[in-house]
Design a protein around this ligand. Structure first.
Ligand code: BES
Ligand code: MN
Ligand code: MN
Length: 454
C-alpha cells in the first residue's frame, strides 16, 4: 500500500481529534435521557462519511435509534465490502471509579481513556481512517458500504427489520467488523466465533408485604433465601449447568479441533494476575479458552431485593429478583434455551413462593469459516503488518446481529477486532491503546487489497 505508514504518521493526530469529537457525544443507547445524543452521534457520523469521500450517507430512522448508512460505489462490477460498527455505548456507571470523566477522552500512557474508546467508537474509527486513506490516495480497490447502528448494546432490536427492509441496498460480498479483541498485542488473531445469548430476569415473590424478620422469620419463606438456593442449584460441582436439555444441541469439538485451539498462546497465570484472583473456576475438563470459546455458561448479572442501604433493617423481604444470562455455543438456539430455562426454573420453585421468568433479549452465536477467500484476505493482511500469521480463535462475547447478517442478508462476516482484554470495555476506565488503533488502521487497507484480488 502506497505511503501507508507515512500517511498514518502525518494524519493520526487529526484523525484522533475527530474520534474524540464523536466520543464526547454520550450516545448511551439504554437511557431514554440520551435519545437526542443518539441522533447527534448518527448525524455526526453521516456527515463525516461524506467528508471522507462517501458518495452519500443518510441517517435512517428505525423504531429505536437510527442507523447510519453510507456508500461509495466506484464500479458496480467490483466486489463490495460492508463495514458494520455501532456508535452506541454502555452506560458509564459507576462514575466515581473513573480517573477522568468517561466522555472527556484523554490519552494517558499511550492509551485513549473514555467510554467507547474501544467498544466500538475507537474500533469503528479505524475503518473510517482506512477508508479516508484509500480514497485520498486513490487506492480504494472495491465498493464500500457502511452500516453503523445505535442499538448494539441493547441487543439490536430494530436492526433485524432494517436488514429485511433494505436487503437490496445492503447487498455485498463480505461484512467486515472490528468489535472484538485479539489474544494479545503481540499475538495477532482473528475472531472466528461469537457466542449466542439468552438473557432473562427472574422474579420471586413471597408474602404480600415486607415482614418483621423476627416475628415471621423461620415460618415464612424468604424470597431472597429461596432465590439464592434456586440459583445455587443451576450449576453443579463440576461446573455443569443443570437446566434439563441445556447441552442437547451443544457442538462437541473433535480432539483434533481442541488440540488446534490449544495451540493459541494463553497464560492462565497472567490472566489470574490481571484479575486479582487466586484460582480460576469453570466447567471441569476444559481450558480457559475453551470455557469462554466453545462451552455455554450461565451467570447471574445482578441480584436485588430487601434492604440494601446503610445500617441494619430487620426485614423479611416480600420480593427478590435477578438477571440471569446464558452464553450459548453453535447449534444451541436462543429461543429453545430460553424455554428450557423457564421450564426448569419454574419446576424447581418451592410452593412457598411465586416465581416468574421474563425474557429480555437474546440471539444466536456465529462461527466464521477459515477456508474462505475473505478469511484468507484477512489473514494475509495481518501477516503483512505483524509479520506472523494470525491465530483463529473463538471469543466468549456476543454480537447477535452477526448471525442475522447471515440469515437475512446471506452475507458472511469477518471479525477483525483489535481490542485487548485490558481495554476494560463496559467497565470504568475503558481504554484503547493508540498502538492498537494504529495497527488496525494499518492492517485494514490490506484486507481491502487482498479481498479485491480475486
Ligand atoms: N463488542 C462487544 C462484544 C465483544 C467484545 C465480542 C469483545 C468479543 C470480544 C459488544 O458490544 C457487546 O458488548 N455485546 C454484548 C451483547 C449485547 C446483546 C448486549 C455482550 O457480549 O455482552
Ligand atoms: Mn461492541
Ligand atoms: Mn459492548
Amino acid at each position: 500500500m502506497k505511503d501507508l505508514k507515512a500517511y498514518i504518521q502525518d494524519n493520526k493526530d487529526r484523525i484522533l481529534n475527530d474520534l474524540f469529537e464523536l466520543i464526547r457525544i454520550p450516545s448511551i443507547s439504554s437511557k431514554e435521557a440520551h435519545k437526542d445524543d443518539m441522533y447527534k452521534a448518527a448525524n455526526w457520523i453521516s456527515e463525516y462519511l461524506v467528508k471522507k469521500g462517501a458518495d452519500q450517507a443518510e441517517v435512517c430512522d428505525t423504531e429505536g435509534h437510527p442507523v447510519v448508512y453510507g456508500e461509495k460505489i466506484i464500479d458496480p462490477s467490483l466486489p463490495t465490502v460492508i463495514i458494520y460498527g455501532h456508535y452506541d455505548v454502555q452506560p458509564a456507571e459507576p462514575l466515581e471509579l473513573w480517573k477522568t470523566p468517561p466522555f472527556e477522552p484523554e490519552i494517558r500512557d499511550g492509551k485513549i481513556y473514555a467510554r467507547g474508546a474501544d467498544d466500538d467508537k475507537g474500533q469503528m474509527f479505524m475503518h473510517f481512517a482506512a477508508f479516508e486513506y484509500l480514497v485520498n490516495t486513490n487506492q480504494l480497490p472495491c465498493n464500500v458500504k457502511f452500516m453503523i447502528e445505535g442499538e448494539e448494546e441493547i441487543g439490536s432490536p430494530s436492526l433485524g427489520n432494517f436488514l429485511k427492509e433494505n436487503k437490496e441496498k445492503l447487498s455485498g460480498d463480505i461484512i467486515l467488523v472490528s468489535d472484538t479483541s485479539m489474544l494479545g498485542a503481540e499475538t495477532p488473531s482473528i475472531t472466528t466465533g461469537l457466542r449466542g445469548l439468552s438473557y432473562c430476569e427472574v422474579h420471586v415473590t413471597g408474602p404480600n408485604r415486607d415482614l418483621h424478620s423476627g416475628l415471621f422469620g423461620g415460618a415464612v419463606a424468604n424470597p431472597i433465601n429461596v432465590l439464592c438456593e434456586m440459583i445455587g442449584s443451576l450449576i453443579d460441582e463440576n461446573g455443569h449447568i443443570t437446566v434439563k436439555g441445556f447441552y442437547d444441541d451443544v457442538e462437541e469439538l473433535s480432539d483434533e479441533e481442541r488440540a488446534d485451539m490449544g495451540r493459541a498462546p494463553f497464560d492462565d497465570e497472567a490472566y489470574k494476575n490481571a484479575l486479582d484472583v487466586h484460582e480460576l473456576a469453570g466447567e471441569k475438563g476444559y481450558t480457559t479458552l475453551e470455557r469462554t470459546g466453545i462451552r455455554p455458561t450461565l451467570d447471574v448479572n445482578g441480584i436485588w431485593g430487601g434492604y440494601t442501604d446503610k445500617g441494619a433493617k430487620t426485614v423479611l423481604p416480600s420480593e427478590a429478583h435477578a438477571k440471569i444470562s446464558m452464553r450459548l455455543v453453535p447449534h444451541q438456539k436462543s429461543e429453545k434455551i430460553t424455554q428450557l430455562f423457564k421450564d426448569h426454573f419454574l419446576s424447581i420453585a418451592p410452593k412457598s413462593v411465586k416465581v416468574e421468568v421474563e425474557f429480555l433479549h437474546g440471539g444466536e452465536g456465529y462461527v466464521s469459516p477459515t477456508d474462505t477467500h475473505a478469511y484468507k484476505a484477512a489473514s494475509k493482511a495481518y501477516e503483512q503488518t505483524y509479520g506472523i500469521k494470525p491465530i483463529p480463535y473463538r471469543s466468549g462475547g456476543s454480537i447477535p446481529i452477526i448471525s442475522m447478517f447471515e440469515q437475512i442478508l446471506e452475507t458472511k462476516t469477518i471479525l477483525m477486532g483489535f481490542g485487548l482484554e485490558s481495554d476494560a470495555i463496559h467497565s470504568p476506565n475503558e481504554n484503547y491503546p493508540l498502538s492498537q488503533f494504529l495497527k488496525g488502521f494499518e492492517t485494514i487497507p490490506y484486507f481491502y487489497k487482498y479481498f479485491a484480488e480475486k
